[in-house]
Write a protein that binds this ligand. Structure first.
Ligand code: NDP
Length: 505
């Protein structure tokens, strides 16, 4: 029996417009990664709760106020959601920091930016149109309808919970879908607060947005395999993404996946040095490296390698570790205990492979400003791109510096990984700034900037980094089905035994 401190905040989950416990009555604790202390209790939903949520979402999709709402009214609803996120941004940011230990400066900026997703997709809601299509048959009127896909399962990781919910929820609602959201077991609280302060307050009808808090293997898999779910949108690790995709394939669900990366941040000798140093640091130490687009491989042209590394280390050494709730802190804790162990074990792997540790290289205790799950900002030089530290996603503040000779060499190294999520290029040459983005196999290439995102710009991965795109106008297509409608105005129905292929048949 779990020993539960009575000071813990007890959350309920939200299914079919009702606040409820898990059917089993079970709960689990959520921890503050800075202190390592539990602070809230979360319902542990399982297949029974997922079934209830999916059935509620299906009913709301098929009939009721949401199903009959005009596209324009859906857009208005999304704009109401946006303004409520604006109103509660600061509170929601603080809950996220308490749950995932990311910096308040980052989460606060993220939450203040988040309303834009709901405004943008709210604006698109009544611009979803089919087309009248000229067809090669007489006496026939043909057109297409673009209809919502149905019930969508949204599976969210712990690193930027509400932002990544928004990337999926905003286009899903704009398209007219209903959803069941499974947050990470480590970061459920901000989503439950969002449901209360935003979704319920905005008057979103019951069953349209449901939450099942719980574990991936139980609640997550029950959602992915539920027969009433038409589409799964997932963000997380590539191994989990592969399992999710194969489970979903059994019932032919539509799937979009935003997975891991091993992104190259490529510094040419003609770059503006200070900008490139800044970009290299923000690429790997911001968010404690716990971001899918982390620039975890720093490719530096050999002619400036040593000078650049020296400059990089001078800045990296000043990184202030500490309480993520303070706006002064620059590097916070790693979010989860397994992730903390994983990051430390990769540092050992790199050392064992013969990479040279020139900064950090271990846990960061209180004497360094750290605490329970802190890792020192770590830099390895002399990394060969075939080493595991250069090939595998660490998801922590660990940078691998790799030398290259020229453009061809940089492209070869950049593309020589299974991933293809993002890349950075630092150069003042227009030619390089044009050629490199074309040659790098990645969904996003930043030139002279890094980690910039927008609701207007498509985001997603090549290769093992994912399937489909979030953000931008096309993202809405991930939540739509196209229907072809044929209306015959012919006097005669024609030959019943022959398919209507040619204009004459
Ligand atoms: P996971 O991929 O394991 O988790 C992402 C989400 O999927 C969570 O909600 C998780 O639930 C859920 N999940 C886990 N297993 C299943 C399953 N079998 N079926 C359905 N859903 C499932 O990421 P982790 O949080 O464990 O992190 C592991 C690695 O993933 C990191 O080291 C990093 O490499 C990568 N990652 C990538 C992110 C990105 O932005 N692309 C974000 C976060 C992680 P639960 O939390 O309960 O397990």
């Amino acid at each position: 029996m779990q020993d539960v401190p009575n000071t813990l905040k007890a959350y309920k989950t939200y299914i079919d417009g009702q606040w409820c416990d898990a059917a089993s009555g079970k709960t689990f604790q959520t921890f503050d990664p800075y202190t390592g202390e539990p602070w809230a209790l979360i319902p542990e939903c399982d297949a029974a709760d997922v079934d209830r949520a999916c059935n509620a979402a299906y009913r709301a999709f098929e009939s009721g106020p949401w199903a009959s709402m005009t596209q324009t009214a859906r857009g208005r609803m999304l704009r109401r959601i946006a303004s409520l996120v604006e109103k509660h941004a600061e509170h929601l940011a603080r809950i996220e920091v308490q749950d995932n230990g990311k910096l308040i400066s980052e989460m606060s900026a993220q939450l203040k930016y988040l309303p834009e997703w709901y405004y943008y997709f709210g604006g698109l809601a009544d611009k979803i149109t089919g087309a009248v299509v000229p067809v090669d048959k007489p006496d026939t009127f043909t057109y297409t309808l673009r209809e919502p896909a149905g019930v969508c399962g949204l599976i969210i990781p712990w690193n930027s919970p509400l932002l990544l919910v928004g990337w999926k929820l905003a286009p899903a609602l704009a398209a007219g879908c209903t959803v069941v959201i499974k947050p990470s077991e480590y970061t459920s609280a901000s989503l439950l607060e969002f449901m209360k302060l935003v979704i319920e307050e905005a008057g979103v009808p019951p069953g349209v947005v449901n939450v099942v808090t719980g574990y991936g293997a139980t609640a997550g898999e029950a959602l992915v395999t539920h027969p009433k779910v038409a589409k799964i949108a997932f963000t997380g690790g590539s191994a989990t993404g592969s399992r999710v995709a194969s489970l979903a394939a059994a019932s032919f669900k539509k799937v979009s996946l935003e997975l891991g990366g091993k992104s190259p941040n490529i510094v040419f000798d003609d770059c503006v040095l200070d900008d490139a140093v800044n970009g290299a640091i923000s690429g790997i130490f911001a968010a404690t490296g716990q971001t899918c687009v982390a620039g975890s491989r720093l490719l530096v042209q050999e002619s400036i390698h040593d000078a650049f590394v020296e400059k990089l280390l001078a800045t990296a050494r000043t990184a202030k570790l500490g309480n993520p709730m303070s706006f002064e802190t620059q590097v916070g804790p790693v979010t989860t205990p397994p992730q903390y162990q994983k990051v430390l074990s990769y540092i050992d792997v790199a050392k064992g492979e013969g990479a040279r540790c020139v900064l950090g290289g271990g846990a960061a205790g209180p004497e360094m400003g750290g605490g329970k799950y802190f890792v020192q900002p770590t830099v390895f030089t002399g990394v060969d791109n075939r080493m595991r530290i250069a090939q595998e996603e660490v998801f922590g503040p660990v940078l691998s510096v790799i030398r290259f000779k020229d453009e061809e060499d940089a492209i070869r190294i950049a593309n020589d990984v299974i991933y293809g999520l993002a890349a950075g290029v630092w150069t003042q040459s227009v030619k390089r700034a044009t050629i490199m983005p074309r040659r790098i196999r990645a969904g996003t290439v930043w030139v002279n900037t890094y980690r910039a995102v927008s609701f207007t710009m498509p985001f997603g991965g090549f290769k093992s980094s994912g399937v489909g795109r979030e953000n931008g106008q096309d993202a809405i297509g991930e939540y739509l089905e196209t229907k072809s409608v044929w209306i015959s105005t012919a006097a005669s129905a024609g030959n019943p035994f022959v398919m209507k292929t040619s204009p004459q048949s």
